[in-house]
Design a protein around this ligand. Structure first.
Ligand code: NAD
Ligand code: ZN
Length: 360
């Protein structure tokens, strides 16, 4: 038996207002005055001076605003890399992602591809990256995905939705400033927060669980119950706790895996473009037989915040479309093995998956 030896984020700062320290954090990492820091920022912040006026720009540094309406694509990464190479002949000093999972994943992928030949799609998979990435910093503005701590960057490519999982993927620095999440709308807060909750349920109920993942998972699970089911937290307390729940949830799956909801939600996302958070919620709502306790709590949380999930998203699909989703889902073998054990192929058949998708 050989145990995973995985990298962790080496530096992290936590605290309300810690975003103001960004300038002093990155200054020593500048290679030279002609090698800029490139800030990839969710375009929801365009014109929001409260945040953008604090982005520390000097010399040739540049902000690129990016929409997170769609999840990151391999081609999008390639064109960002091209744009950066064309405008910074001396190379970039660093890539700084500011936003949700979408922007964090783009920042990680761009930092990798700036130092590796070819196209992003060539690196979707496990441990295919050869050279260390450019210095990269993650600054989440919404909590739940765990993308700030994970060893992957999830990309949709021409053939598959699969992450670039590598030792070079994790951020060199993370800035956890819960105050940055204050403007998140309730529905989105719920969907992305439930990503964290579902990470815990899938990790804690998986066959890959060990004490490392369990301790992180237990902590994140307790925090989620407090945040989404109890009433005593102040808004700022809830923001602080969800940011740490996301971190712990991410640490939990680092040493285990996600499970059924993620495997099925990737299918929805690939075919229909359903985003990760809401897609997980749509799927998880129908998974009582796999995660009875988790789904019961999820339904209570949904009711508490009057969340109405979309219904009938698979109603008009034809057989070939179901096949596409089922193929994507079944290709995620480690997720199924974690969820259902070594004999998962006997439990989750194509017909069973189709029947579940038809309910959604
Ligand atoms: P997101 O980044 O797609 O953002 C969701 C929405 O929230 C967007 O409309 C965005 O503009 C808005 N938003 C973000 N911060 C805001 C703020 N402070 N105020 C107002 N609006 C704000 O959402 P997400 O759920 O964080 O990320 C989903 C992505 O993360 C998916 O692409 C998924 O594949 C990826 N993901 C990656 C990992 C990983 O380990 N790398 C894990 C889980 C999910
Ligand atoms: Zn997730």
């Amino acid at each position: 038996m050989s145990y995973k030896n995985f990298p962790m984020v080496p530096r992290v700062v936590f605290g309300r207002g810690s975003f103001n320290q960004l300038s002093e954090i990155i200054a020593p990492k500048r290679l030279n005055v002609s090698a800029p820091f490139i800030f990839l920022v969710d375009d929801v912040f365009k014109g929001d001076a409260w945040l953008t006026s604090r982005i520390p720009l000097s010399y040739e540094d540049k902000v690129i605003y990016i929409s997170s309406k769609e999840e990151p694509k391999t081609e999008q990464v390639d064109s960002l890399v091209e744009e950066i190479i064309l405008t910074s002949s001396q190379g970039a000093s660093g890539i700084i992602g500011i936003g949700g999972g979408t922007l964090l994943d783009l920042a990680k992928a761009v930092a990798i591809m700036l130092n590796n030949e070819g196209e992003a799609k060539d690196y979707q998979g496990w441990d295919l990256v050869k050279n260390p990435a450019v210095y990269h910093v993650g600054i989440p503005t919404i909590s739940g995905t765990g993308a700030e701590v994970s060893r992957t960057t999830v990309l949709t490519g021409p053939k598959m939705k699969l992450g670039i999982n590598s030792d070079f993927t994790p951020f060199d620095q993370v800035v956890l400033d819960p105050e940055l999440t204050k403007g998140v709308p309730t529905n989105q807060w719920f969907y992305t927060g439930m990503d964290c909750f579902i990470h815990c349920i899938e990790s804690l109920n998986g066959s890959y669980l060990n004490t490392f993942s369990q301790t992180y998972g237990d902590m994140a699970f307790q925090l989620c119950k407090e945040i989404f089911l109890e009433d005593h937290l102040s808004a700022s307390d809830a923001q602080d706790k969800l940011m740490m729940a996301s971190w712990h949830g991410g640490m939990s799956i680092a040493y285990s895996q996600v499970g059924v909801a993620h495997a099925m939600s990737y299918g929805l996302s690939y075919l229909l473009g359903t985003k990760h958070g809401i897609g997980n919620c749509i799927v998880f709502d129908h998974l009582e037989e796999f995660y009875p306790e988790g789904v019961k709590l999820f339904k209570e949380m949904k009711t508490k915040y009057s969340i109405e999930l979309p219904k009938g998203i698979c109603t008009n699909l034809d057989d070939s479309e179901f096949d596409v989703m089922i193929n994507i889902s079944l290709s995620l073998e480690p997720l199924w093995e974690n969820a259902l054990g070594k004999n998962w192929k006997k439990i989750i058949t194509r017909d069973k998956l189709k029947e579940l998708y038809q309910k959604m």
